[in-house]
Design a binder for this molecule. Structure first.
Ligand SMILES: Cc1cc2nc3c(=O)[nH]c(=O)nc-3n(C[C@H](O)[C@H](O)[C@H](O)COP(=O)(O)OP(=O)(O)OC[C@H]3O[C@@H](n4cnc5c(N)ncnc54)[C@H](O)[C@@H]3O)c2cc1C
Length: 411
């Protein structure tokens, strides 16, 4: 059994196979699993990388028949039932679960990537943290008022949960954490723009909650622009519709593209390159290959693809493992059915929106529920305790504990 990816789907699949009579190999290009929903907290100096990530070996240490390999899967050969790693190693399989997730998509403008970095890995988060904090440091040394304004202008492209969470946290840094620490600048005067090309931010939430998110962002001083596509991104400059905005920091939180290894499992791919899976999550024509998580495009339940969220990935990983166990017993596989536990996002300190279908929450109550659920789902007692303590301290002091500018991004 080979699992590609130690993300939410891969880990859930690995755990699902714990009591199945088989040898499992899990391959990941990083040695750690990252709790991506809290990456923005690392990027905005609220948490340390170690708080939201754990070594995959440690997480799965109690599964004696499982081995972990650190390596990049470059190619899958479904006909030969082989996976190629790092251009030199080959791993054979009887069954495969592909769960390598997705990456950023710049909608055909890959040249925007170095000037508008996205947030997907711990390295991305640390690079963004450095960029944000350096902007204020440079502004403090700057004498020219126009350049100071430029340095303290931040543009976030994409009004989904990641963009909204980044904008809210950044506004809090500027207006609260850094407030009285500089002499030449007033960090609270930083300009933060959140740009969404579609008609509304947070499009997957009901209108009442979107409105609540908009209000919370505006209270924090974030300029929210909806229905305004970004048409050009250059170093230090974006064109919003046709309006040029000069900004030192531009962050990308729009669009995803599937892992390129999905192409080996095609030809049925959607526009983002995700693999269109069968109702049981298998790949058409390959009953022994399953796709789980963000890489899977699953439309069988509602006619619309399931969203790329952690719960979908967790449930898919577990389901793929169960189907493999069924196949090993010569039983037929079962179709996947997603049980939607709800959707939530936070907008800074003490404000969040949560949609559980039967219950919609916003503001302080939404935030308390958001806190509780995120702490619950973090992996490891140490991480839960550490995050809880840091959030409690941040709540009472308005401080961000990890405001470190490091060149070597490993702290
Ligand atoms: C910034 C951010 C915020 C988010 N916020 C939320 C949220 O609030 N709520 C929510 O539900 N969801 C959120 N999501 C989405 C959620 O994190 C994803 O849906 C989920 O991580 C998908 O799980 P996965 O296992 O498919 O992929 P991932 O978790 O991305 O895991 C994929 C794994 O595969 C590995 N990998 C990739 N390619 C290769 C390769 N070629 N070879 C070897 N290994 C490889 C990666 O290193 C990674 O460990 C967020 C995502 C991001 C990026």
């Amino acid at each position: 059994m080979v699992i590609i990816g130690g993300g939410f789907a891969g880990l859930s699949a690995a755990r699902g196979l714990a009591r199945v009579d088989c040898d499992v190999t899990i391959i990941d290009r990083h040695n750690h699993h990252v709790f991506q929903p809290l990456l923005y907290q690392v990027a905005t100096a609220g948490l340390s990388p170690g708080d939201i990530a754990s070594p995959i070996r440690w997480i799965l240490r109690n599964q004696p028949r499982l081995r972990v390999l650190l390596g990049i899967v470059e190619r899958i050969d479904p006909a030969a039932r082989q996976v190629w790693m790092d251009g030199r190693d080959l791993v054979g399989y009887d069954y495969l679960i592909a769960a390598p997730g997705v990456t950023h998509s710049y909608f055909g403008h890959d040249e925007w990537s170095p000037v508008a970095p996205g947030l997907k890995t711990l390295d991305d988060a640390l690079a963004i943290r450095r960029r944000l904090l350096l902007a204020f440091e440079e502004a403090e040394r700057e004498r020219d008022a126009a350049r100071q304004r430029f340095l303290m202008t931040f543009v976030i492209i994409g009004g989904g949960p990641t963009g909204v969470e980044l904008a809210g946290a950044l506004a809090e840094i500027a207006r609260q954490a850094l407030r009285s620490e500089f002499d030449a600048i007033d960090p609270a005067s930083a300009r933060i723009l959140l740009i969404e090309a579609g008609p509304s931010i947070m499009p997957t939430f009901p209108e009442s909650l979107r409105d609540s998110a908009r209000r919370a962002l505006r209270r924090l001083g974030v300029e929210v622009r909806e229905g305004t596509p970004v048409t050009q991104v250059q170093d230090g400059r974006v064109l919003i519709d046709s309006e040029p905005v000069e900004a030192h920091t531009i962050l990308w939180a729009a669009g995803v593209a599937a892992s390129p290894i999905g192409r080996d499992l095609g030809p049925a791919l959607d526009r983002a390159g995700r693999v269109m899976v069968e109702p049981d999550l298998a790949v058409a024509g390959h009953q022994e290959v399953f796709v789980a998580g963000d890489l899977a495009c699953f439309t069988h339940q509602t006619g619309k693809p399931l969203p790329g969220v952690a719960q979908v990935a967790i449930q898919m990983g577990a389901h793929a493992a169960k189907n493999i166990a069924r196949l090993m017993k010569n039983e037929p596989t079962k179709p996947f059915r997603y049980r939607d536990p709800g959707n939530m996002a936070t907008i800074g300190r003490a404000a969040a929106i949560a949609d559980f279908g039967w219950l919609r929450l916003s503001g302080y109550l939404g935030w308390l529920v958001w806190l509780f659920i995120h702490i619950l789902f973090l992996i490891g007692f140490r991480n839960r305790l550490s995050v809880m303590l840091q959030w409690a301290a941040a709540y009472f002091t308005y401080q961000r504990s990890v405001r470190l500018i490091t060149r070597n991004p490993d702290s």
